[in-house]
Design a binder for this molecule. Structure first.
Ligand code: PGA
Length: 276
């Protein structure tokens, strides 16, 4: 099955991505990041999927980074089964380094457990836990303090999209969420339209290109040349069947994948599209 996905992805990628990839090569490549967000899914038995992912990665050229962000309880055991090519991350953190914050985990604690990335500002955290952009920025600073890379998520609601406010919304939220200093090693941004998460709906390639383009402009405005190398992931119903097309879009430097990251076969079919 995976093999057929791989072939299909290669074919689609070569048709759709040729012009864009040439552009990426000429303008300087940014190493793609394929990141899995397991959300509140994952028991000890799920480590089998991580083991399988580690093994399957050996079948692909080492041309893109691969990351799984499991529930925090699985960070330590996942690090034990993961090879160097499979990075392990977390899904949120508290801004403080330590203290009386019952139930929370600091970026330092997550780094100590083996996390090298932390997702912050995911729309589910923003809506379910009321985490606002100023708080997300504090979390991002905490990540930098602890030596882990924040993946800052940003996206518009369906109503904002309908009102034609997508770009303004994304820029406004991102401006307030990003850290003061950053470069390609210390920051990842994920554009995740809220209406596309877990719904099977995906914006058109042109729409994704437009939003990633304004995010790139903002990163250059904020961090000058360093903003050119910061990875901008697309997230929201990315699947083996659409990954090649999405990953070929200008300024799309990887994916943040929820549902399709839970099974190694699907996740690696997306990785295959990234390294094809
Ligand atoms: P999805 O989730 O791939 O299941 O849409 C993406 C995300 O929430 O990061």
């Amino acid at each position: 099955m995976t093999f057929y996905f791989y072939i299909a992805c290669r074919f689609q990628h070569s048709l759709l991505g040729e012009r864009t990839n040439l552009f990426k090569m000429v303008t300087g490549m940014v190493r793609t990041l394929i990141a899995g967000n397991w959300k509140m899914n994952g028991l000890k038995s799920s480590l089998e999927e991580a083991k399988k992912t580690t093994q399957m990665l050996n079948d692909f050229p080492d041309k893109a980074d691969c990351l799984i962000c499991p529930p925090s309880t699985l960070i330590v055991p996942m690090k034990e089964v993961a090879s160097e090519r499979l990075h392990v991350g977390a899904q949120s953190c508290h801004p403080e380094a330590s203290g009386a914050f019952t139930g929370d985990l600091s970026a330092e604690i997550l780094a100590d457990a083996g996390a090298s990335y932390v997702i912050v500002g995911h729309s589910e955290r923003r809506s379910e836990h009321g985490e606002r952009s100023a708080y997300v920025q504090e979390q991002a600073h905490a990540c930098l303090r602890a030596g882990v890379t924040p993946i800052i998520c940003v996206g518009e609601s369906f109503a904002q999209r309908e009102r034609g406010e997508t770009k303004d919304t994304v820029v406004r939220i991102l401006r307030k969420s990003v850290p003061t200093l950053a470069d390609s090693e210390t920051l990842v941004v994920a554009y995740e339209p809220r209406w596309a998460i877990g719904t099977g709906l995906v914006p058109s390639s042109d729409e994704i290109a437009e939003v990633h383009g304004v995010i790139r402009e903002l990163l250059i405005e904020l961090y000058q040349d360093r903003g050119r190398g910061i990875r901008i992931l697309y997230g929201g119903s990315m699947k083996p069947g659409n990954a090649a097309e999405i990953l070929a879009i200008d300024n799309v430097n990887g994916g943040l994948i929820g549902g399709a990251s839970l099974k190694a076969d699907d996740f690696m079919a997306i990785y295959a599209a990234a390294v094809a």
